[in-house]
Design a protein around this ligand. Structure first.
Ligand SMILES: Cc1cc2nc3c(=O)[nH]c(=O)nc-3n(C[C@H](O)[C@H](O)[C@H](O)COP(=O)(O)OP(=O)(O)OC[C@H]3O[C@@H](n4cnc5c(N)ncnc54)[C@H](O)[C@@H]3O)c2cc1C
Length: 525
């Protein structure tokens, strides 16, 4: 039986971040990956037409760029930016654009209402006051004691209370409080809809604020050469420290002895022993219900897992476009990301269809112009384009339903960029099932490892508990987007899990650490 100090299940970026941190601490690390490729939802490939590189899943990385854990790894990456960060195209033809140059963004927002330019500056100043400490608070283990105290000390009670209120607002309410015109409100709301939250959902405002203001502060950068560069950098860093990734090794079981994780069994029946820790970069239901099994878990924990909520399904289309996009409003031409298909009420209608398990007749699209962001994606004068939209979370979708919906998506793009269809020279469609085939963690096409709703965040992620990577099984840690702080490429769940594994393993304090976790778990479950 092969053995290592740590086994990491899944070579997604979170698994690879965790593996790197453990290797840095001198541990021997083995990563077992189900598919033939590393990276999970951080990969690139040539799937549309020769010469057109597509980022198969994620592609813009403001969170990764700002993430303390990713930065500490000092990955060998060159970052680049589209001229504009993002543009929201309204059905009436107007455009709200965020640019890293504050004055340019202000001028765009000012078109929608007198004073909204200054209001944007004000919102950005507010963000700058708390941004570093907020990111420290969000992207570190829960409870965020040190970073949280630093933030609290800076804000004092009265500002702290107002920040707490802001964190609970829906994006529609937040937009109304901050701005007068629809442009700036939509800039936030479109960002919130990168998650599965509607414009009316409590706690949605903070996502819009975070993504839009991060865009203002540091852009939405991409690595030169595509998403794959992040994965390749993580894998080479790990291998340089003696770590190893084994491909086509889907883990089926966690081997548990006397309440302690001691190894894993792969689907082929091979057993692998872990002497110090097992870190799982897989969704929480897969880890607990499939791999561990209910026998080893407190009944209350199992019941809570039955309330775990996925985020919605996703359909993603990549296109090879033989010219630059023929946008009706040229303001979209320089944007890395374009939000299109809905104004604020349209976003609400789109979300209402999803909530009532209906296919949205007018889909809202997130669209990426990858060659505009990074010219290495396709030949000069062309565009490597993608768009994705959400569908309700269902057991299955027929090919005809998907094709029909792709038709609706292409119809939306055509409305905003007449002639687009004639320029398409290659296309790749990932249905929810295709996404899950490529990365088994994208269950039913869910891209966030579970809903971003407030009831599944912080100490409620993935289920009510400590919000920590520790599990009821000793030396088993949840390291995926299902753990706090959730989806996105920032490496925090992987980093948190690695730190917890190191804390558990410490000679003098490790047993005390585990005793505290056990006591808390007994109280909760
Ligand atoms: C279409 C799409 C667009 C997105 N856009 C962005 C974006 O622009 N920016 C951003 O920051 N985020 C984006 N995201 C979200 C982001 O990509 C994910 O939140 C993030 O990649 C999750 O990382 P992870 O390591 O937790 O999981 P994953 O990346 O899903 O990796 C999990 C890994 O575990 C493997 N695995 C699963 N089961 C097993 C098993 N039984 N045994 C062994 N291995 C297993 C999988 O094959 C996979 O390699 C997007 C996601 C999608 C799908």
């Amino acid at each position: 039986m092969e053995q290592a100090d740590a086994i990491v299940i899944g070579a997604g970026h979170n698994g690879l971040v965790a593996a790197n941190l453990l290797a840095d601490a001198g541990w021997s690390v083995l990563v077992l990956e189900a598919t033939p490729n590393p990276g999970g939802a951080v990969r690139s490939g040539y799937v549309t037409a020769p010469g057109y590189l597509s980022d198969l899943f994620s592609s813009f990385y403001p969170l990764g760029f700002a993430s303390p854990v990713m930065n500490a790894l000092k990955l060998d990456l060159d970052w680049t930016h589209a001229p504009d960060v993002f543009t929201h195209l309204l059905p009436d033809g107007r455009a709200a654009t965020v640019n890293r140059d504050l004055a340019t963004t202000m001028a765009s927002m000012e078109q929608f209402a007198d004073g909204d330019g200054e209001r944007w500056r004000h919102a950005y100043d507010d963000w700058r006051t708390v941004s570093a400490k907020m990111l420290g608070t969000i992207l570190t283990p829960f409870p965020p004691i040190r970073a949280g105290l630093r933030l609290a000390a800076q804000l004092k009670v009265r500002d702290g209370l107002r920040l707490a209120r802001r964190l609970l607002l829906s994006v529609r309410e937040l937009g109304r409080e901050l701005f007068r015109g629809e442009g700036a409100m939509l800039a936030l709301a479109g960002c919130t809809l990168h998650t599965d939250l509607s414009p009316e959902e409590a706690g949605g405002g903070v996502y819009g604020w975070l993504l839009a203001m991060l865009g203002q502060e540091c852009g939405w950068p991409v690595p030169v050469g595509g998403a794959q560069q992040i994965t390749s950098a993580l894998v080479s860093r790990l291998e340089a420290r003696g770590g190893r990734v084994v491909y086509e090794a889907p883990v089926a079981r966690i081997l548990v002895a006397r309440g302690r994780a001691v190894g894993v069994r792969t689907a082929g029946g091979g057993d692998w022993r872990a002497t110090r820790a097992i870190l799982a970069d897989v969704p929480a239901p897969a880890l607990f219900l499939d791999m561990v099994g209910t026998r080893w878990l407190p009944p209350r924990f199992v019941e809570d897992m039955s309330h775990f909520r996925w985020d919605g399904a996703t359909v993603k289309v990549d296109w090879a476009v033989s010219a630059k996009m023929p946008w009706k409003n040229p303001a979209a031409g320089g944007a890395g990301t374009v939000h299109l298909g809905a104004d604020l009420d349209g976003l609400t209608r789109y979300a209402a269809h999803l909530a009532s398990n209906e296919v949205p007749p007018h889909p809202f699209l997130l669209l990426g112009q990858m060659t505009t962001a990074d010219p290495t994606h396709s030949p000069p004068g062309t565009e490597s384009l993608w768009a994705y939209t959400h569908l309700p979370h269902r057991e299955s979708w027929s090919p005809a339903e998907i094709e029909e919906h792709v038709g609706r998506m292409e119809g939306v793009v055509e409305d905003y960029a007449p002639g687009f269809g004639r320029l398409v020279v290659g296309r790749n469609v990932f249905s929810p099932a295709d996404l899950e085939r490529e990365d088994p963690s994208l269950v039913g096409g869910a891209l966030g490892g579970g809903t971003a709703a407030a009831y599944q965040q912080l100490f409620l992620r993935p289920i009510p508990g400590l919000g920590r990577p520790d599990t009821p099984i000793d030396r088993l840690f949840l390291a995926s987007a299902s753990a706090h702080p959730g989806g996105g490429v920032h490496g925090a769940p992987g980093g948190n899990a690695a730190r917890a594994a190191l804390a558990r393993d410490r000679a003098l304090t490790g047993d005390l650490y585990r005793a505290l976790i056990n006591t808390a778990n007994r109280a909760i479950y």
